[in-house]
Design a protein around this ligand. Structure first.
Ligand code: 5GP
Ligand code: MN
Length: 334
């Protein structure tokens, strides 16, 4: 839907509502948390009191974001969250394209009578009551900025809001590396800098808060990595035993899949890891060419995402999933 039409309906929706919720996806990343906090702060300036709910906890390196610690984490508030969702009359769904992506809260969202508003950049979004979907946007945070600007409220963007938007754009573009980064993205981040953000500190908070367990896991992953030269593919993986051995903490493997793409000649990177809480293997896919990893994830691993960054799941073991990937790759020219 075009931003103009979206905005008209949005203004009316916000005016006629009392209880607003902001929901984002399972395993929230910098863009999910950044966009939720930015929208929350903006709506507060408009006299509303939105609550942010995330399905599960998010990495420590994002806790520096203003008011991040006030976010409701559903896995720790099992009794209250379903009530909040039921009582809401407006729910913003940020940075996800399908109720499936909020895991255990899926049914609560579907059954809620609230008006559901999507702001998201993933491919093939499902139907929501009101939608602003832009698959060319590098981050939902950039879309939140566009919404605020379109509402004529650029002046309301505080340093705190700007910090959250910047953090989400920075993380979802891989530090302005991915192809989705546009001139518009740089213009927006320049505007954010003029709001007084400390961009050096934001980046340092994101990059230089590594846990020792992350480094040990990284070393283990790189040691075992497989490169299929013919397929220009890197396969990176960590098993449940690795995770337990090195004392995995939430967020430790964030971005590991990108290491595959930094090898000369590699155009497709796969990262597999045992999800310690659920009984499945989580897969991440990245490409630095036109090879569409979103279609690949959807077709073979019940997943999705973007053309150059996607994810999925496998019910088989890490080893068997790697075997399956190798067989599938026989059909592909990378
Ligand atoms: P990541 O590899 O960082 O977990 O995910 C990369 C991108 O793919 C993200 O934008 C994420 O939203 C999407 N993604 C990851 N896992 C899944 C999944 O299981 N299903 C779908 N539809 N998208 C996913
Ligand atoms: Mn995103």
């Amino acid at each position: 839907m075009l931003l103009d039409t979206f905005i008209d309906d949005l203004i009316e929706s916000i005016e006629n509502t009392s209880k607003i919720l902001i929901l984002t996806h399972y395993n929230p990343d910098g863009d999910a948390i950044g966009s939720s906090l930015a929208l929350q702060k903006y709506l507060e300036l408009k006299g509303k009191e939105p609550e942010i709910i995330v399905p599960n906890d998010f990495p420590k390196f994002l806790k520096f974001l203003p008011k991040a610690k006030k976010i409701t984490i559903a896995e720790y508030r099992k009794k209250f969250v379903p009530i909040s969702i039921k009582e809401a009359d407006l729910i913003f769904c940020l940075d996800f394209n399908s109720p499936k992506r909020i895991q255990q809260l899926e049914q609560n969202l579907i059954e809620s009578k609230a008006k559901k508003i999507l702001i998201d950049h993933h491919q093939e979004p499902e139907q929501f009551d009101l939608m602003y979907s832009d698959t060319s946007a590098p981050a939902t945070c950039q879309m939140v900025y566009e919404v605020i600007e379109k509402l004529g409220d650029k002046d309301l963007i505080t340093e705190e809001i700007a910090t959250c938007i910047y953090a989400g754009i920075y993380t979802d573009t891989g530090g302005f590396r991915f192809r989705s980064t546009s001139a518009r993205t740089h213009r927006i981040t320049a505007d954010l800098m003029e709001k007084g953000i400390k961009n050096d500190e934001i980046i340092s908070n994101i990059l230089d808060n590594n846990t020792l367990s992350r480094f040990m896991l990284l070393a283990e992953m790189l040691r075992k990595m497989e490169v299929l030269e013919e397929k220009k593919t890197a396969i990176l993986y960590l098993t449940r035993d690795d995770m337990l051995k090195y004392g995995y903490q939430k967020g430790d493997t964030e971005g590991f899949v990108n290491y595959g793409l930094s090898i000369l000649g590699v155009q497709f990177s796969v990262f597999l890891v045992d999800d310690l809480k659920n009984d499945f293997v989580k897969l991440s896919f990245r490409s630095n060419t036109d090879f569409d990893v979103s279609t690949f994830a959807k077709k073979h691993f019940n997943g999705g995402g973007h053309k150059q960054a996607s994810g999925g799941k496998s019910e088989e073991s890490v080893e068997d999933t790697i075997k399956k990937i190798k067989t599938i790759l026989e059909e592909y020219e990378i």
